[in-house]
Design a protein around this ligand. Sequence first.
Ligand SMILES: CC(C)(COP(=O)(O)OP(=O)(O)OC[C@H]1O[C@@H](n2cnc3c(N)ncnc32)[C@H](O)[C@@H]1OP(=O)(O)O)[C@@H](O)C(=O)NCCC(=O)NCCS
Length: 310
Amino acid sequence: MLVRTMKDSDLDQVRNVGQKAWSDVASTELGRKVKYPFRPRKIIRGYLWKEPKGCLVIEEAGEVIASAHCHVWGRVGWFGPFEVLPEMQGRGVGKALLCGCEEYLIRAGCVHIGLETMPYIMKNVHFYLRAGYRPQEFTCIMKKDIIRIQESPNGVERVEEAGLREVLPEISELCRSYNADLDLSRDVEMAVREDLGALFVSHSGQKLAGFAVLHAFHPIEESDHSAVRLLLVNPDLSDKADHFDRLILSVENHSYRLDRRRIFARFVVSPPLYENMLKRQYALEGSNMRMIRGPGYCEREGFIMAAWAG
Ligand SMILES: CC(C)(COP(=O)(O)OP(=O)(O)OC[C@H]1O[C@@H](n2cnc3c(N)ncnc32)[C@H](O)[C@@H]1OP(=O)(O)O)[C@@H](O)C(=O)NCCC(=O)NCCS
């Protein structure tokens, strides 16, 4: 089974694989036929820009039958979306694709390799357990309806493309202060350069105190939601909770301005962060499990939101 790098011309077939795979999952779950939406072209193009050799497909008889996207976040690597056409499942296609992802991530220097999946789908759990992945943390998906603009917080700026050169090295440094193996800067760059959303930063004196990336790439006529893709505050600051507060308010206001009245946030469950989000009127929408291969990487401490979801 040949795993190859994805090309721009594969895009529609890749969207087809995703739509069919998730329609099948949802239909099985709900016991009736469900048609899942197609993934927006914009995000797939973003991944192709960010990780041109880490977007993989498997082809059979000239048709794309499976696809996956790898993400290198420093020495932390994850993959997703990861999908096989329903009629091609159970024949080792997923296993071949998984090997392709692991090969790419290892070659890119990742020592922690993982994914997020639904813990109640036994096939997925079995598939990853057999490949050496172990359940590590629970993530939650929370949602808030944004009904009005809130008072704009002080000290937060939006950074556009021209400002990236200065801020990206600071973002790398901040990530490493959270965990020496983590670097989210390439994902931040993708969001700004590929126009997937917006980047906000908060400073403490001259130093970067935190940043947040809002994704809002679905065509508005298809969906009115946005999502916090990334958020991190320097864990050493005594006023870290204030920086978190300002960053969250900034992304919520931005979402409102873009007419996206539902915002999603996905993060590893830590009781203080969960409580904090409940107080902000976020409600629990779902929960996933992170499975990891490697020496162990966790995001249970501090103010961090890093969605392992494609
Ligand atoms: C999860 C997925 C990628 C697996 O791909 P696949 O091509 O079916 O995987 P493979 O054929 O290589 O391996 C499937 C394994 O699951 C097992 N399996 C199949 N049906 C199963 C079931 N109902 N319960 C438990 N295990 C099952 C197979 O026996 C095989 O295990 P084995 O190697 O021990 O025999 C595929 O099912 C898929 O695309 N699902 C929909 C999207 C999705 O959930 N993606 C993953 C998101 S994290």
